[in-house]
Ligand binder design. Structure first.
Ligand code: PRP
Length: 218
């Protein structure tokens, strides 16, 4: 038996679709049936818990869940010590440095302030560039940072780009590409190797099928 933590929300819906297409019975998690339950059986071999993204990492790192499905953004921000088994290729977006349209971010030598929900990712990005910035942690609607004059720029997730556009902002630089990942606890990957191999192979087949279907449609 494998116990997996799935990130609630957008990732959860896709993750369940992928598990179903990989041959697992996800009916206990059907929206009409599930109520307020948080722990479910998926066929005979998998148990699923639903959790917030950062908590998925905590459960997997501490081994109360064997594995999980979570965004690369959360893995990067947590600096998590987990084993990445598979890029599931959904939830694709990017981390970007963005700010007021038409402004040159690097102009002037003054102290720069960056607002972000991802302070660790932001600090690492600028450290690697050798630029010292002040990072202000914001919990949501980070785009308000430059709009209100709190920060010179933001480091945030950009998916369609419509939030930036609607607020007069633009991408200055891409920081990293991200997508959903199937992760495992670093020791459980050895002790439950057979179970992980089976599920990884099934999910990898689904990822490949989806990719081919997608190419066929284009
Ligand atoms: C995320 C992200 C951006 C927006 C990007 O926010 O932080 O604000 O989505 O998407 P887009 O490029 O398609 O416009 P989310 O919707 O999770 O809400 P939040 O800002 O309150 O965290």
């Amino acid at each position: 038996m494998l116990r997996l933590a799935l990130t609630k929300g957008r990732i959860e819906e896709k993750a369940l679709e992928y598990l179903k297409e990989s041959g697992y019975d996800t009916s206990e998690l059907d929206k009409e049936k599930r109520g307020r339950k948080l722990l479910f059986r998926v066929g005979n071999e998998i148990e699923v818990v639903l959790a917030k993204a950062a908590d998925v990492i905590t459960y997997v790192e501490r081994g109360v869940c064997d594995g999980g499905i979570v965004g690369e953004d959360t893995i990067m921000e947590a600096g998590a010590n987990v084993y990445e088994l598979l890029d599931l290729e959904f939830g694709k977006c990017r981390f970007a440095l963005a700010g007021i349209k038409g402004k040159d971010f690097y102009q002037g030598s003054g102290h720069k302030i960056i607002a972000s929900k991802y302070p660790a990712v932001t600090k690492k990005y600028f450290n690697e560039k050798g630029i010292d910035v002040e990072v202000v942690k914001i919990e949501g609607s980070v785009e308000l940072g430059p709009v209100l004059g709190l920060s010179d720029a933001i480091v945030d997730i950009v998916e369609t780009g419509s939030t930036l556009k609607a607020n007069g902002l633009e991408v200055y630089e891409d920081v990293a590409q991200i997508s959903a990942r199937f992760i495992a606890n670093v020791s459980r990957i050895k002790t439950k190797k057979q179970e992980f191999d089976k599920l990884t192979a099934a999910l990898a087949r689904t990822v490949k099928n989806k990719r081919e279907k997608c190419l066929g449609e284009n």
